[in-house]
Design a protein. Structure first.
Length: 255
């Protein structure tokens, strides 16, 4: 009932695997001022990380976003055709030559990849040594687990023994706990299986802002002008971020 009441009127009842829903989500991100500020912050951080790197950059899951406004030469992609996309592809089969890319970036995409090992292998083939994978993903904490299990539509399975999950749909198939499973719980296993990838940074962040923004599927709970107040509160609570974060920025470097 709570999810229904909070659902954004433009997306209520829509199939999230329908490309039309992605088009609507693009509209929502641009029109919701609080949410747009969050994406500006994430995109600015990504652009800063890429500013000293030369070479092609691929974004996975570009559909609803506008990262190309910050990284003009970005190669955008999505798993289905929609406006503003350069390529239709998935993260496990990339149409690039060996070492052709400097970086792969993504926001809220990795936990939708049902065969993450295939992604790490394919990304290692396409990204040249010294290149990066940079992602913003859901992160598992005491607080986020409470929120994601009660207010979010995507599956969250922190107890999953396998990294893989059923491919029920391009966007509906997911395990929101996957980033934490791979890069925290099973970090030693990841480093053993993929020595070509160094986990350079895991930065837990943003315990409240995305929640009160309503994201791309719910109504905004706060006006845009209050963004700085909420970010100030999050900064004050930073010492407890490992228990409060709902997202993390994860940076992998190709060895």
């Amino acid at each position: 009932m709570i999810r229904f009441l909070l659902a954004h009127p433009l997306t209520r009842g829509l199939d999230i695997d329908d490309p039309h829903t992605t088009e609507i989500r693009r509209q929502i991100i641009r029109e919701k001022s609080f949410l747009r500020r969050i994406y500006h912050e994430w995109y600015t951080a990504i652009a800063s990380e890429l500013s000293t790197r030369k070479g092609p950059v691929l974004e996975l899951g570009s559909g609803p976003g506008f990262l190309k406004d910050f990284v003009p030469n970005l190669i955008t992609s999505e798993v289905f055709h929609c406006r503003g996309i350069d390529l239709v592809l998935n993260g496990t089969e990339l149409p690039f030559a060996d070492g052709a890319l400097q970086a792969i970036v993504m926001i809220d995409v990795f936990h939708h990849i049902p065969q993450p090992r295939w992604f790490f292998t394919e990304a290692a083939r396409c990204i040249r040594p010294g290149g990066i994978v940079l992602m913003v993903e859901p992160w598992l904490t005491v607080w986020s687990q409470l929120i994601y299990t009660r207010l979010h539509h995507e599956p969250l399975q922190p107890e999953a023994k396998q990294w893989e999950f059923p491919n029920s749909g391009p966007l509906s198939g997911a395990n929101g706990a996957l980033p934490h499973i791979v890069f925290a719980r099973d970090r030693i296993q990841f480093e053993r299986e993929f020595p070509m990838w160094q986990i350079h940074k895991i930065e837990p962040m943003m315990p409240f802002c995305y929640l009160v923004s309503g994201g791309v599927s719910s109504r905004s709970l706060m006006p845009g002008w209050s963004f700085r107040l909420w970010r100030g509160l999050e900064n004050l609570l930073h010492p407890a971020i490992n228990n409060l974060a709902m997202f993390a920025q994860i940076l992998l470097i190709r060895q």
